[in-house]
Every structure is written in structure tokens, then in C-alpha cells.
Ligand binder design. Structure first.
Ligand SMILES: Cc1ncc(C[n+]2csc(CCOP(=O)(O)OP(=O)(O)O)c2C)c(N)n1
Length: 662
């Protein structure tokens, strides 16, 4: 390693050491051990432009081992991403741009939020799929508009998590040749040596997935790392894993190679030892030698020129292919055309009984005509979730222009891949599975909500009405789990028109994910349903006299029995209003006047009906109200029988309503 490389690598190490020390918490070990890997990638291979961190054709860098955030922050600082030394000094402090783990949207140059190990790996696979799909759509001879790599930096923890196996298996199957994983192979995690729990041959595992596996035995050797990255880049027919042998906490005489340096400050004495050991000045803290700043500013022009070359390419491309230029803009814009909302086919279901999953499938075919950048699929449940798009072909290694993705039975990876597809830009990702298996993808959904990603989750088979498959397949608590995630919109439509509204809301929403919760069983088309559903809750049946004795609030499949019960109650002389609550979050976001109009606070006799855990309905129920929900798992029997046994019958609703009215 030449002198300036060594100085730069040590700068990264000591920025991490000093930042963690000052914060009193954090993870110095990874940046110290992986500094040379990060430095080599960013200086010799990564196509990026600090002045345009969002440039569409940049290489993507994902720090899946998010606890090593200081590695990324140090690089962003040195490359001039606008992350000042003051920010580095405020590592992990309130209001800083250097939070404990990298947060998307918070720090320029951070491609995704990472920390829960393995998630970033899944995101990276999604980004690589997006690159492949968009390259096929837009590239023309002489115009490689989309031509970049996705690099993911992963540690032992990422490799231990099941999600990386799921995602790597799919990446291998799809032959994602521009995906490169740098594996920080240091054999240390929190509890000590990985020997205590992780003795598999990771290389063989990845070979079996269909990856090229390369090894760098000396993780401080810039030339060796660079050679391996070059070799990985030359392999275009399969993804590459570079196993870089590193030593956690490299340079610290007392802690190097031990778990002690994984997640705690070195301590002032050990810092002195370490600085002496690597011939680093003891003072000042956060020292960046002027030569190092100069060295990094030397990359600036080349990086900028590359971006400008691409700008010129795009501009020539627009001249030569004006239609494709327009398509590019529309794919990257995220707009929903007005024509789509006005298209009657979206709203027309006649009077046929239809499961809302089937209605969703029908609506999606029309949506895809207007939004050809929709991409997604299911975790091996297309025939049940109805999310296959007929006008698209399958996305496969040999058919990268396809848009139906077969995720396989890999819900967790599917969630993270979906986020990666979205983070990449240019596409509108959706995915589907049974609502009960939302549990299998929850960690990825949580991060999507945190990042504000406009992805769509289609969750079908939404209640105990699933029937014969029994309690393992009947969601009870999943609805409240979903609703409990901040920034998540959950819509449970009652019929075809409400399903159409739910999809439109999902597509128009640009600041967070939407879950569509759909029935397996057929539901009738309801009188009075429609675009009002876009407000989350609306009056689907208005009382005759404008002065209801009772308001019934129901969602999804329970709206129909609520309406039927209302007819009986009206025959008995009661005045009843029915509110279809498609989405609580959406309704609560409406203005006060609207909410008061739909649910007047003076009407405190209320009945709430939803075949799920009755969490979060308290404020809707008011003092005199009652919630009919579920407080136990379902049972294996035909759906209507399970619903009847658990009280979701017209008869019981009438009885319960009368109890409230009394
Ligand atoms: C899903 C998840 N589980 C647990 C943790 C807590 N955790 C953070 S780092 C870590 C150990 C990771 O080891 P490794 O990837 O080898 O990192 P290194 O020790 O090399 O820094 C654990 C268990 C986490 N961040 N995410």
C-alpha cells in the first residue's frame, strides 16, 4: 500500500475511533477492519458523484452491516458529500446527520436505512433487479443509460440472518451479474468468535446459490481488494461474493481481533496505544491530514466529469429517442395519470359477487396499462393473490424486460427486495402474500415505513373467513400489527369499488407504504360504495332522519353483514348509520369537520365490527359503544362456519346492536 493510501485508510479508522469515543457508544471495530475495503471500492471503482448524490446511473453502495456507519460517514465526509467534520463530531447526537445507523433521506449519499442485519443485503438485490429491468427498457446501442453496479457491504451477522440466504438464492437464480457483495469476513460478532454458532462454509453456500466467490486473504491490501473487485465486475453472468479476510478493530494492540472492539469505544488509553501503533498523531482528535483532503479532492473532477458525460448522453438520447426520453421522465416521476382515475374499467364490477383479491387482480390489469413501470409479484402465491399482470412477462435472467417477479417462498427477502426496487427509482413495486404471512416480512415492512417508501403490499386471505386451512392461516392479530407501524396506511376494502379506491390511494401515495388487505371469499358489490373510500371512512348507508340512534362502523367483509343487520334494525324502528372504515389512518387524517360529519361526537352509541383483534377501536367506540372482534385464534372449518361460530352473523350483529341501543 502506498503512503497516501495508508494515510487515507488510517484517517477513516481514526475518524471512527474518535467519533465513537466522543459519543460514548458505537461500533469502531468494523470501520477499523474494513477501512481498506471501503476506501478501495470508493476510490477505485465506485461510480458516484458527491455533487449529485441522486444521479440515476450512480453505482449503489449499501452498508448492510449498518452498525459500521462510521465507515460510510467517513467516506462521505472525505468525498465531500456535504457531511462536515462537525457532523462527524456529533455522531449519534440529537439533530446530527450522523445517526447511530445510516438513515435514508437523512444523510446525502446514504442509499437505504440499515441496522437490522441482512436487510441491506435484501435491498441490494432489489436495486440490482431494478438496474437490470431498467437497462433492458431504456438502453439502446451506443446509449448505456442504465449501467451501474450495486455493492453491498455485509458482515458475519448479515450472513447469519436467514434473509441473506433467501435474497442471495434469488439473486443467484436471476444471475444478477452487477451485484457485488463485499463480505467483511472477520469471524467476530458480539458474543465472541463466530465459532460458537457459525461454522458453515459461506463461500460454498454462495457457490451453491450460483454466485462467483472470490477471496482476499489480506483485508488491508488495497491492490488485492481492487483486483478482486475488478474480477467481480468482469463477471457479468452471476453475482459475486468477495470474502475479504479482515481483523475487527485493526490497529488496536489490546482489542484487535476481539469482540471487545465490536460495539464499544476503545477507551482513552487504548486509543493512545492504537494511534501510536499506527503512527498516528495523538492530537488533535478527528485529525484529517491536509494531504488526505487533497488526495480526495483529486477524485472530484473525474467523478464529476463522468456524471457530466452521462448528462450529455441522456441529452443526446432524448434527441434520438424522444419517445423513450418521455418514458424515462414518466417512469421516474411517480405521477398517476388523471386518465387512469377517470377510466370506468377501474370502477366497474357490475353486480357480481367477487372476492376483493379478485377485484384487485382485475383493477391491477388496468392500472398496469397506464403504469407500465409497475413491477412485482408474490411469494409463490400468484394464483391466490391474483397479482400476476397479464400484459407483462416474467422477469427472469433470460428475460430482464419482464415485470412479473417470482420471489419464491421468500417473504422476508421479498419485503427487503421491494424496498430496494423502490429505493433505486424508476419503478413502482408491489408484492403479495397471505395476510397471515405478513409476519414473515415485518422487519422489511417496518423499514419501508421508516424510509417513507411508496411500495404496495397486497395481503389477501384476510380473516378467519379463510376457513378450512385453519388457525395457522387465519390472520387475527396481523391487522393491528400492520396498523401499529407508524407511517403505514392499511386499507381493508369491502367490495370492488373500494378495492379500486384502495389501489388508487396506494399509487398516489408517495411518502410511505400501503397495505391492501383483501378477502379470499366472495363479497357482494355494495350499494353506495365508491370513490368516497379515498377518504378512509365514509357513510355507506345514511340513516333516514339525519339523526341516527346508532352508528355501525365496519371494515372489509364485515360491511355487508353490517348493512343487512341495519335493514333489520330499521324494520324494528331504529335509525342506523353505517360507516365503511376502509382505513383508520386515512380517515383520521381528514379534517375535523369531515370526521365530525361522518362520526358526530354526539352519537355515542356505536357498534364496531371487524373480524380481527379489536385493538385501536376504543376511541371510535366512544363511551357507550361495543367492538365485535376476535380475541383468540380461529379454527379449521369452512369459512362461513368459522365466521358464524365467532359471532359474525347478521343475527348476532342485530342482537349486539340492540344491546348497545338499550
Ligand atoms: C437483526 C439484528 N439482530 C441483531 C442485531 C444486533 N447486532 C448488531 S451487530 C451484531 C453482530 C454482527 O456481527 P458482524 O456482522 O460480524 O459485525 P462485526 O462484529 O464484524 O462488526 C449484532 C448481533 C442487529 N443489529 N440486527
Amino acid at each position: 500500500m502506498n503512503a497516501i493510501d495508508e494515510m487515507a485508510v488510517n484517517t477513516i479508522r481514526f475518524l471512527a475511533v474518535d467519533a465513537v469515543e466522543k459519543a460514548g457508544s458505537g461500533h469502531p471495530g468494523l470501520p477499523m477492519g474494513g477501512a481498506a475495503t471501503g476506501y478501495t471500492l470508493w476510490t477505485q471503482h465506485l461510480k458516484h458523484c458527491p455533487e449529485a448524490p441522486d444521479w440515476a446511473d450512480r453505482d449503489r453502495f449499501v452498508l448492510s452491516a449498518g452498525h459500521g456507519s462510521m465507515l460510510l460517514y467517513a467516506l462521505l465526509h472525505l468525498f465531500g458529500y456535504g457531511l462536515s467534520l462537525e457532523e462527524i463530531k456529533s455522531f449519534r447526537q440529537w439533530g446530527s446527520r450522523t445517526p447511530g445507523h445510516p438513515e435514508f433521506g437523512h444523510t446525502p449519499g446514504v442509499e437505504t436505512t440499515t441496522g437490522p442485519l441482512g436487510q441491506g443485503f435484501g435491498n441490494a438485490v432489489g436495486m440490482a433487479i431494478a438496474e437490470r429491468r431498467l437497462a433492458e427498457e431504456f438502453n439502446r446501442p451506443g446509449y448505456p443509460l442504465v449501467d451501474h453496479h450495486t455493492y453491498v457491504y455485509a458482515g458475519d451477522g448479515c450472513m447469519m440472518e436467514g434473509i441473506s440466504s433467501e435474497a442471495a438464492s434469488l439473486a443467484g437464480h436471476l444471475k444478477l451479474g452487477k451485484l457485488i457483495c463485499l463480505y467483511d469476513d472477520n469471524s467476530i460478532s458480539i458474543d465472541g468468535s463466530t465459532d460458537i454458532a457459525f461454522t458453515e462454509d459461506v463461500g460454498k453456500r454462495f457457490e451453491a446459490y450460483g454466485w462467483q466467490v472470490l477471496r482476499v486473504d489480506e483485508g488491508n491490501r488495497v491492490e488485492m481488494i481492487s483486483e478482486a473487485i475488478s474480477e467481480a465486475r468482469q463477471e457479468t453472468g452471476r453475482p459475486s461474493l468477495i470474502m475479504v479476510r479482515t481483523e475487527i478493530g485493526y490497529g488496536s494492540p489490546g482489542k484487535q481481533g476481539t469482540a471487545g472492539v465490536h460495539g464499544a469505544p476503545l477507551g482513552s488509553e487504548e486509543i493512545v496505544e492504537t494511534k501510536n501503533n499506527l503512527s498516528w498523531p495523538l492530537e488533535p482528535d478527528f485529525y484529517v491530514p491536509p494531504e488526505v483532503y487533497e488526495h480526495f479532492s483529486g477524485f472530484k473532477e473525474t467523478l464529476k466529469a463522468r456524471k457530466e458525460e452521462w448528462d450529455a448522453l441522456l441529452s443526446d438520447y432524448r434527441q434520438e429517442y424522444p419517445d423513450l426520453g418521455e418514458r424515462w421522465d414518466s417512469w421516474f416521476s411517480g405521477q398517476v395519470p388523471d386518465k387512469l382515475i377517470a377510466d370506468q374499467r377501474v370502477w366497474d364490477f357490475g353486480d357480481q359477487s367477487l372476492a376483493t383479491r379478485a377485484a384487485s387482480g382485475q383493477v391491477m390489469q388496468v392500472l398496469a396499462e397506464f403504469l407500465p413501470n409497475m413491477i412485482g409479484g408474490s411469494a409463490d402465491l400468484n394464483s391466490s393473490t391474483k397479482t400476476g399482470l397479464k400484459q407483462f412477462s416474467d422477469f427472469q435472467a433470460g428475460n430482464p424486460g419482464g415485470s412479473n417477479i417470482h420471489f419464491g417462498v421468500r417473504e422476508h427477502a421479498m419485503g427487503a427486495i421491494l424496498s430496494g426496487l423502490c429505493l433505486h427509482g424508476g419503478l413502482r413495486p408491489f408484492c403479495s402474500t397471505f395476510l397471515v404471512f405478513f409476519d414473515y416480512m415485518k422487519p422489511a415492512v417496518r423499514l419501508a415505513a421508516m424510509m417513507g417508501l411508496p411500495v404496495v403490499y397486497v395481503y389477501t386471505h384476510d380473516s378467519i373467513a379463510v376457513g378450512e386451512d385453519g388457525p395457522t392461516h387465519q390472520p387475527v392479530e396481523q391487522l393491528s400489527h400492520l396498523r401499529s407501524i407508524p407511517n403505514m396506511h392499511v386499507l381493508r376494502p369491502a367490495d370492488g369499488k373500494e378495492t379500486a379506491a384502495a389501489w388508487l390511494h396506494a399509487l398516489q401515495r408517495r411518502c410511505g407504504p400501503t397495505a391492501l388487505v383483501l378477502s379470499r371469499q366472495k363479497l357482494p358489490q355494495l350499494e353506495g360504495s365508491g370513490k368516497e373510500a379515498l377518504k378512509g371512512g365514509y357513510i355507506i348507508h345514511r340513516e333516514k332522519d339525519g339523526n341516527p340512534d346508532l352508528i355501525i362502523i365496519a371494515s372489509g367483509s364485515e360491511v355487508d353483514p353490517a348493512l343487512k343487520a341495519t335493514r333489520e334494525l330499521e324494520d324494528k324502528g331504529y335509525s342506523v348509520r353505517v360507516v365503511s372504515m376502509v382505513s383508520r389512518e386515512l380517515f383520521l387524517a381528514q379534517d375535523e369537520d369531515y370526521k365530525e360529519e361522518i362520526l358526530p361526537s354526539a352519537i355515542t352509541k356505536r357498534l364496531i365490527v371487524e373480524a380481527a383483534l379489536p385493538v385501536g377501536w376504543e376511541s371510535f367506540a366512544c363511551s357507550e359503544g361495543k367492538v365485535i372482534g376476535l380475541d383468540d385464534f380461529g379454527a379449521s372449518a369452512p369459512g362461513p362456519v368459522v365466521m358464524e361460530k365467532r359471532g359474525f352473523t347478521v343475527e348476532n350483529l342485530v342482537r349486539q346492536a340492540e344491546a348497545v341501543l338499550a
